[in-house]
Design a protein around this ligand. Structure first.
Ligand code: FES
Ligand SMILES: [Fe+2]
Length: 371
């Protein structure tokens, strides 16, 4: 099957009650994964870190976006800047740690040194080289913007200017502002590797709570399944549910409050909020049938005497996560089966998946037509 046939096997024009999911090859064909790398991850705002990691001048984080090594650093002037983490000499990564603080970005290979503004400052032992424009040999920039505690980059600075982060995020900004996330403090990061396509994880997230009563028996004791709500915005989905008094004591102790809110921002970022507790999920493809999901856990208090409670909350979250991992890996195996082509969507529950699939199809089709 050529790539156009795969893309055209999905009809984005069908209303939800007639719609199908994107078909199996979207999750299994390496050409789709490569197209996504460029047309989705390389062409949208992507989370690379937290603002609390980048407070002081010289503080930096590194990340991989659409297969590209990226570094974001706070300048002496207080500005946040992002660059391809690729030395202009022979392409080594200039920053090699996940995070840290430096006074300049010195490449570990041959010592070329860049200022925090990306300009090339020092080129050891490089005399006698003709037609070398040092001023034009700084690190190549990417666009950087922050929202709440989240630092985003856009690999294409021109496209990032055309659609600034706030416009990209749309309605999610005002809604999240009401929860005052600044009251929550980062506690810990955990990362999980899954044997499934990244979209399987996103689909699972966006099924409107459909799987909760069957797969997450403990979570189901605190979520009011029948009242679960799904609201789609331009490029995001809010799912929320009233909470109820649960019988599972472990879960009830750490999942409290009036309501749970779950946001998804196209294509791969989620925020899960309960009273005093939040985690964010960043889903990164590692190949057509593997992905990494990075969880950042936040709590209203991270003082030593709340550590036990916070660890308990993470343990409850991890149980749910393991249930999701197991089902996502089973789905990936099924998606390659000759017995499966595509599936239908529950009108009451799966409107978020419908939005995701249409956004994805639009980005891939636009890129494939240009190619
Ligand atoms: S590759 Fe960076 S100095 Fe040579
Ligand atoms: Fe789940």
């Amino acid at each position: 099957m050529d790539i156009a046939s795969i893309l055209n096997a999905y009809d984005p024009g069908l209303p939800l009650e007639r719609a199908w999911t994107i078909p199996g090859p979207y999750y299994t064909d390496p050409r789709i994964a490569e197209l996504e790398r460029q047309a989705v991850f390389g062409a949208t705002w992507q989370v690379v870190g937290r603002a609390d990691q980048l407070c002081a001048p010289g503080a930096f984080v590194t990340a991989t976006v659409g297969g590209e090594p990226i570094v974001v650093v706070r300048g002496e002037d207080g500005a946040l800047r992002g660059f391809f983490n690729v030395c202009r000499h022979h392409a080594a990564a200039v920053a090699t740690e996940a995070e840290g603080t430096c006074s300049a970005l010195r490449c570990p290979y041959h010592g070329w040194t860049y200022g925090l503004d990306g300009s090339l400052r020092v080129t050891p032992d490089f005399d006698g080289v003709c037609d070398f424009d040092k001023g034009a040999s700084g690190l190549a920039p990417v666009a950087v913007e922050t929202w709440e505690n989240f630092v985003f980059v856009h690999l294409d600075p021109v496209a990032g200017r055309r659609m600034a982060l706030r416009e990209f995020l749309g309605g999610v900004v005002d809604h999240v502002a009401k929860l005052d996330l600044s009251k929550l403090h980062f506690f810990q990061r955990r990362s999980y590797t899954l044997n499934c396509n990244w979209k399987v994880y996103v689909d699972n997230y966006l099924d409107g709570g459909y799987h909760v009563p069957y797969l997450h028996k403990s979570l189901n004791t605190v979520i009011e399944y029948k009242d679960y709500q799904i609201e789609c915005r331009e490029r995001s989905v809010l799912q929320w549910s009233p909470m109820k008094q649960g019988k599972d004591a472990e879960t009830a102790a750490v999942r409290r409050g009036e309501a749970a809110y779950y946001w998804w921002v196209y294509p791969n970022f989620m925020i899960n909020w309960y009273e005093g507790v939040m985690d964010t999920n960043l889903v990164l493809p590692l190949g057509v049938d593997r992905c990494e999901v990075i969880f950042d856990f936040y709590f209203d208090c991270i003082a030593a005497d709340t550590e036990e409670r916070n660890r308990q909350s993470i343990a409850v979250g991890e149980r749910v996560q393991q249930e999701d991992i197991d089902i996502c890996e089973a789905v990936q195996r099924g998606l390659s089966s000759r017995a499966y082509v595509a599936g239908r969507l529950a009108v009451r529950r799966e409107v978020g998946e419908h939005l995701f699939h249409r956004l994805l199809h639009a980005d891939l089709s636009r890129a494939a037509t240009r190619a």
